[in-house]
Design a protein around this ligand. Sequence first.
Ligand code: FDA
Length: 319
Amino acid sequence: MLRAFLLYLSNATWVRNIVTRWRVARKMASRFVAGDTFEDALIAIRKLNEKGLYTTLDNLGENVTSSAEAMKATDAYIDIFQRLNDEGVKSNCSVKLSQLGLELDFDLCLSNMRRIATRAAEYGTVVRIDMEDSSTVDRTIQVYHTLRDEGIMNIGLAIQSYLRRSEEDVVSLLEVGTRIRLCKGAYNEPPEIAFPKKSDVDANFDRIAALMIDGALSHGSTPASADGKAPPITALGTHDEKRTVYACNHAEKVGLPKEALEFQMLYGIRSDLQDALHAMGYPVRVYVPFGTEWYPYFMRRLAERPANLWFFITALFRG
Ligand code: FDA
């Protein structure tokens, strides 16, 4: 109920206009967002790289309302790949198709994603498409397949275990060796489409993680590249220790080398678990968002954990 309300607020422009003016909100968001600029993100990336962790950079923004904004976001990513390369850091990028114009014009979005992936390929980097709400899943997979059919192979996809359809999607994506990041899912979805109970989402996460691990074995278990630009085929995006333990045990049982199983977590969340998995020998990648468009991302982080909301409200009253 509270989660659904916060997710509703994440799309409400009037709330966004109020909250983003509060200095205390910006301060709270900085727990999850590396800063406003690329330079801020670079500081965070370097610190994580120094610990041996890889990163994936998110230039925050979603649901753009004009093709000019979509082009601007695309140009920004094109610039970012060069800057990451020039800085010699171990990072790739994650993008949202609604930032590239998915809701305005499919072909515009496709062409923007083509430009980004082609640029990323010049630097030997993989770009990961985040998965947004369920209305975007078919179109996101279509963008992936269209570009892949054109020979653009350096694209990975996020898949959400809360969606009832995801197991089937993963089976067909694994057939063509897709780099998948499995996560639980962060949007408001009706029960016909998504499992309403957390225990079902978790069980589906384990089931799909096992499929991905088995699939990685049959496709040849590619390790994460040493420069941090290309993740292995199997990446699990979760801070849930029970999920990571399940995946590690399953991978060990079937003989998937540790280097072929990457764990991904969000900036500012469970850094203890990030370090522990790295110490165990698994590649770990931290998702580092930056930029001024932090509001919807921040609201999704609040929705995931009610304790964050109470902390936020207390901070507001403290001024
Ligand atoms: P769960 O919610 O059960 O949390 C497990 C534990 O993690 C909690 O007990 C707590 O300790 C900690 N935790 C989780 N969320 C927290 C928070 N906000 N603040 C503080 N602690 C928190 N979603 C999506 O729909 N599309 C996408 O493309 C992506 N991409 C993505 C990339 C990566 C790298 C990650 C890690 C996650 C995503 N997500 C996502 C978000 C994902 O779907 C999910 O909403 C969150 O990861 C929370 O789920 P957990 O798996 O962490 O489990």
